[in-house]
Design a protein around this ligand. Structure first.
Ligand code: NAD
Length: 256
């Protein structure tokens, strides 16, 4: 059980981050949820997790595009045994047209935020004598596709940061790993299905299998619960010697 451990999950009011929060809470960990908003809904999600799992769950607002807010999130959490860097955004455009502000935002949110949170969390993990850094990369942290330059640069970058974090903590009871999801059916992905159906004049199942999951050999989406289960595994004693590596949860994408 992860009882007594505090997890901080960036970008966790929806999708994969929220799925990870649920699984960590079910495994007994306290959770700190985060996004850049501060709505009743955000706090209600934390309350629901606390009510249903009996763990302490809180929501803390912090904008992961800003380094000082990344560090403040960890300070405000007060403890951070398990750090999950999950916040991320995407933008699709060719390199010459790629908006510079989008490039800067993606590098800040998808990559630099993890540097700032890790810098703030490692001293706490060292004081606590145990720690887990789990970075959410992507199949696009290991392979590329056109028109996603910033995302792919950031997701490859976070794999490099993961390896360095692992080497700097190698002789301590702290590990650092990256999870590389393939396509996961989050609200973000779900919302693209109707438009893609129109664009290709296909039904839902056909769009999912032949367009969205073209590169995912299993032809099935991975789930947020599976991402959470992988994070819980990385926090288990079985994973004590797993550090500085990537775990693909991608239905075979990176085997192609
Ligand atoms: P999502 O949009 O549901 O979740 C992204 C989260 O990040 C949200 O909670 C959002 O509020 C938060 N966020 C965005 N900007 C932020 C900011 N400035 N500060 C704080 N939080 C911010 O999408 P998701 O699919 O759950 O993505 C989560 C992570 O998983 C991302 O890093 C994404 O790149 C990665 N990923 C997703 C997939 C997929 O198929 N869904 C595949 C591979 C990797």
């Amino acid at each position: 059980s992860l009882g007594g451990k505090t997890s901080v999950i960036t970008g966790s009011n929806s999708g994969i981050g929220l799925g990870m929060a649920w699984e960590l809470a079910r495994a007994g960990a306290d959770v700190v949820l985060n996004s850049f908003t501060d709505s009743d809904e955000d706090h209600a999600i934390a309350k629901e997790i606390a009510d249903k799992t009996g763990t302490n769950a809180r929501y803390i607002k912090a904008d992961m595009s800003k380094g000082d807010e990344c560090r403040a999130l960890i300070e405000q959490a007060g403890a951070c045994d398990i750090l999950i860097n999950n916040a991320g955004i995407q933008h699709v455009a060719g390199i010459p047209e790629f908006p510079v502000d989008k490039w800067d935002a993606i590098i800040a949110i998808n990559l630099s935020s993890a540097f700032h949170t890790t810098a703030a969390a490692l001293p706490m993990m060292r004081d606590a004598g145990w720690g887990r850094v789990i970075n959410v990369s992507s199949a696009h942290g290991l392979t590329a596709s056109p028109y996603k330059s910033a995302y792919i640069a950031a997701k490859h970058g976070i794999v490099g940061l993961t390896k360095t974090t692992a080497l700097e903590t190698a002789e301590e009871p702290i590990t650092a790993n990256a999870i590389c999801p393939g396509y996961v059916l989050t609200p973000l992905v779900e919302s693209q299905i109707p438009d893609t159906m129109k664009e290709y004049d296909m039904g839902r199942e056909e769009v999912i299998k032949n367009v969205m999951l073209k590169r995912q050999p299993s032809k099935e989406f991975a789930t947020t619960e599976q991402m959470g289960g992988t994070a819980v595994f990385l926090c288990s004693p079985a994973a004590d010697q797993i550090t500085g590596t990537t775990i693909s949860v991608d239905g075979g994408w990176t085997a192609l």
